[in-house]
Each structure stands twice: as structure tokens, then as C-alpha cells.
Design a protein around this ligand. Sequence first.
Ligand code: F6R
Length: 369
Amino acid sequence: EKGGYDYFMLKEIAEQPKAVADTLLGRIGADGRLSLDEVRIPDGVLREAQKVVIVACGTAFHAGLIAKYAIEHWTRMPCEVELASEFRYRDPILDHRTLVVAISQSGETMDTLMALRHAREQGAKVLAICNTNGSTIPRESDAVLYTHAGPEVAVASTKAFLTQLVACYLVALYLGQVRGTKWGDEIQAVVKELAEIGTQVEEVLGTMEPVRELARGLAGKNTVLFLGRHVGHPVALEGALKLKELAYMHAEGFAAGELKHGPIALIEEDLPVVVIVPSPRGRSVLHDKIVSNIQEIRARGARTIVIAEEGDETVVPYADHLVRIPVTPTLLQPLVATVPLQVFACELATARGNEVDQPRNLAKSVTVE
Ligand code: F6R
């Protein structure tokens, strides 16, 4: 049932190109227009909505953080992202003009369920992004966009995360379409690239051997830090979460700009720091800022593990280890940048003798609050 792989996690990492393609299937027309019939919330309601609020936990929360960038940039709607477990306790401001998006692989996470119940009691419309047909969260929502990752068995979420991202991008683009956001060249190009993104995920998977070797070499370390900016920040958080849950190591993700406000004090000789570098095209300011961050930490002794786009030569002098990812639009980069971090965590867990598919203390779906 593991299809020749040692662990379900490895199998599920390998299935990502297909999971992504399946989640896109039939949803983008030849003319680049989206048809999401399952989003049964009437277009009128989507047009009138004043803000989007995303609720989720863990890895799904990281997908939500990335979705915020896409929704705000493509639709100009304000978007908040909140941990489902915190949501209802702060008396959130919700009404019938709020679109709540609840993201959950299992569809059974109690924190997320309680958050969406609270939202609906306040009159908000709830759209679920879910991987499990007929589970509680989609049943209790106004509409559901299913991710088609197939069953995810390993406790650590991998393919579900990538498909959650795809679903979030689809929702963002669909909102733009319905609300008549100016469909500029940029969005047109993004839709085209999104439709083909499975190929790029496949490409990354084909180049992971050096990442595995690197991970094995770090098995004796106690701490790994992850840095990113913009959508790279949630990717850093996700990389750190994977490492915590699988390798039982201290791992933290930071927004690279926050470094100087405290975390830089953690940098010491040979501390592994993974840095996710945004594309040098487009938002080049962002790119240049992170290159300075890499220089700063390296000058203080960090062992830099740099994840950067093919052809980005500016990072080469500062990278102790360089991991290449394909060229993508800035907002889609998480789909390729997360993959090496999954492989890294999985290999480190194996090297440390941990149970990859069933990490200690964790359950696949958390049905208690
Ligand atoms: C991390 C992981 C968890 C889940 C979280 C939400 O690898 O698997 O953080 O993402 O418990 O679960 P779902 O998506 O089922 O609501």
C-alpha cells in the first residue's frame, strides 16, 4: 500500500504533482476563466463581501497565511488569517458581508469546526477547503471546494498542503473574476502558470538527493532556523513545523526582516539556517533585502542553506548549500519552495531514527479542542 516507498510520507511527497494537477482539473477553462461550480455561494454574495477571514490550524493555517497575499493582491479585498483555536475567543467582527474560508485536510478538526460554527452564528458565509469528502467541516459549511490530494495517511501533511495552496489560489482568482477585478496581464500569466505548476513540482522532486544528503549530515544538530519574506515567511513557518513534528528538533521560522529585532542573537557558529529567497524578478526589493539578511547571518557564523530560483546568481557567494527551485511567479513560489523542506524534515527524522509516519504525541485528525 506504500507503493514501494518506505513511508507513506515519501509516497505522499512523490504524489504531489498529481495531487496538484487533480485539484486543478476542470477548474480552469481554455480561455483562462475559472469555473468553480461547487462554490455554491451566489456570485452576488461574493461581490458584496467586504472581507475574507481564513481560519485553520497547523499546516492548513500556513496555507491560509499564503492565501492572504494572493487574495489581497489579486482582489484588493482585505483578508485576515487566524488560528482557528483563537478565533472565537476574541469576539471577531463578522457579519453577512464576511466570507469565511475554513481550511482543513481531515474536515474533522474540532478547533476549525468550532470557528466556522461561530462564524455562521454571526451570519457569515463559510466556504470550506477540504480534502475529505462528506466530513463534518464541509457538511456544516455553506459551500466546499474539495482538494483532490487523495487520502493522506502520514500524520505530517504534505500533499494536502500543496493542494490547499492550489485551492486558495483558485478561490482568490475566482473572487477576482466574480468581482470584476481588472484581469491584467499579470493575472492572465499566473493562471497559465498555475495550470502547469504540477510539472514544476515534479522537477523539484527530481533534484532532491543533495537535500537528503544535507539532512543526514545535520542529524546531530539541536536547532534549525528558517527565514523568509512575503510568501516565503509562511513557507519558513511550515518548514519549521515539519522539522519539529518529524525530527523532534527545535526549529523556528522567522520573517527575515524581524531578525534584527531579536532572533539574530540566536545565530552562532555552524547553526543551520534555511533561507527561502524570493524571485529576483518582479519584487526585486524583496530579493535584495533577503540577500543582505543572508550576508548578515553568514558573517555571524551561520551555516546557510539557501533555497533560490534557477539562475539567481546573486546568492551563490553566500550559500553554504544551495537548493535550486524552478522559476515561478512570486505568489506561486510556495508550491515549489515547500517541497525541499518536506524532504529535508523527512530525511532528518529518518536519520534520527524517528517514526516518520506516526510521530510521537500526534494524531492525524485532532477532534478535541
Ligand atoms: C502538520 C499537520 C497539522 C494539521 C492540523 C490541521 O503536518 O498535519 O498541523 O495541518 O492539525 O489539520 P486539518 O487540516 O485536518 O484540519
